[in-house]
Design a protein. Structure first.
Length: 140
């Protein structure tokens, strides 16, 4: 996904879902896709205050854009329950993955679920492969 496609997908995603959340900014966020070799970027990062998403070319796909937009929709929640609810709802709406299926697959990977069908209850370290590290040490 090149920057034009990432920007277009982010714009559509934002317009389809923003009415359900309380992001710090109402406008569509800016998206920057950085290419390997041009800049040592690995992963993705969103900044709710600056209203930006920065993503490496290797990670510039719809599922990761959803991940980062969910951070902008749930500022300050990190990978908490609000972020997870938001991500699961967008997976359902965008990819047709029912929330119950997301819950079941999470359980298959050892993620504890709450009694509420739309809320996950994480154990510490439940996202060991969720890396958004950048060389400057920023994380989200
Ligand atoms: Zn994240």
């Amino acid at each position: 996904m090149v920057i034009e496609a990432a920007t277009a997908y982010t714009t559509g995603l934002w317009r389809r879902h923003v009415h359900q959340y309380r992001p710090l900014h109402s406008a569509v966020p800016s998206v920057d896709v950085r290419f390997a070799g041009m800049e040592p970027v690995n992963g993705a990062h969103s900044n709710a205050k600056q209203h930006t998403i920065t993503i490496s070319q290797a990670c510039a796909h719809k599922s990761w854009v959803i991940h980062e937009v969910a951070h902008l929709f749930t500022p300050g929640d990190h990978h908490g329950s609000a972020w997870r609810r938001c991500a699961m709802r967008m997976w359902e709406d965008e990819f047709g993955i029912p929330v119950e299926r997301s819950r079941r697959q999470a359980a298959e990977h050892g993620i504890e679920l709450s009694a509420c069908p739309r809320i996950l209850s994480p154990r510490p370290g439940w996202l060991p492969n969720c890396s958004h590290r950048f060389p400057n040490g920023e994380q989200e």
